[in-house]
Design a protein around this ligand. Sequence first.
Ligand code: DGL
Length: 269
Amino acid sequence: MDNRSIGVFDSGLGGLTAVKQIMQELPEENIVYFGDTGRVPYGTRSRETIIKYSKNDVNFLLSENVKVIVIACGTVSSVAISALKEEYDVPIIGVVEATAAAALSASKNGKIGIIGTPGTIKSGSYERLLKEKKPQIKTFARACPLYVPLVENGHFETKVSELVTEEYLEEIREKGVDTLILGCTHYPLLKKTIARYMGDEVTLIDAGAEVARALKAYLDENGLHSAKRDKQQYRYFVSDNVDGFENLGGLFLEKKIDGQVEKIDIEKY
Ligand code: DGL
C-alpha cells in the first residue's frame, strides 16, 4: 500500500485525456498533474529541448513526492523516456508500450496505422516496438501537426476537422489498416470524426486509456495502491496563466475541474 499521489505530466492540457482515464480506472488514487502550458507544444521541438523540458517536469513532480510518474504526452513518451528512465529511480510509465501492445492484440490483418505529432512520428517509437514484437506487422505512420491547434480551438466535429482528417488519413485508410493508434493526447477529442472517416471496421486505440490500464497493472503487481478514501485529491499545476484552464482543461477531462489549480515557475525545477 502506498498513499502518495500519482504524478502525471504533459506538454500542456492534452494530458488530461489520460487523467480522465486514470480517474476512471483508479478512483481511489490522488493525482498531481503538471501541464507545461507555458512551453507547449513539444511535438515540433528538438530531442534535446524535449528532454530538457521533461526533466524539469519530472523534477517538479518529484518535489510533490509522487510514487509513480505517468508521461501522458505521446511526444515525450516517444522521444525522451529512455533518457528519463536512465536519470531517475522513480517508476516512469509512458504511453507507447501499452498502446503498441493494445494495437497488436486488436489487429487481425497485421496492418496498423499510427498518427501523432511530428516528434512522435519522426522518432519511429511505435514502429520499432510493433516490429520488435511482431516482425511481419505492416505500419503506416503519419504526423498530423494541425490536429493539436484544431482541438485547442474547439474543432472536434466541424467541417475543418473533417477536411483535415481526409487530408491526413486518406493514405492510411487506402492501405487497409484495421487498427489506428491515436498517439497524441489531443486525438481522443477527434475520435468521432476519425472513426467516421476510417469506418466501423477500423479499431481506434486511445493511448490515454491504455496507459491508465498499464498504470493499474503496475500498481497491482507492486502493491502500490492507495487505501480507499472518501474523497480523492486532484491538484493541477501549469506553467502559464491559470485563466482558461478550467474551460479548455474541462474539455479534455470531459468534466468540470474541481481541484486546486496553481501556476509554477517550471524552469526552477
Ligand atoms: N501532448 C503532445 C503529445 O501528445 C501534443 C501537444 C504538443 O505537441 O506538445 O504528443
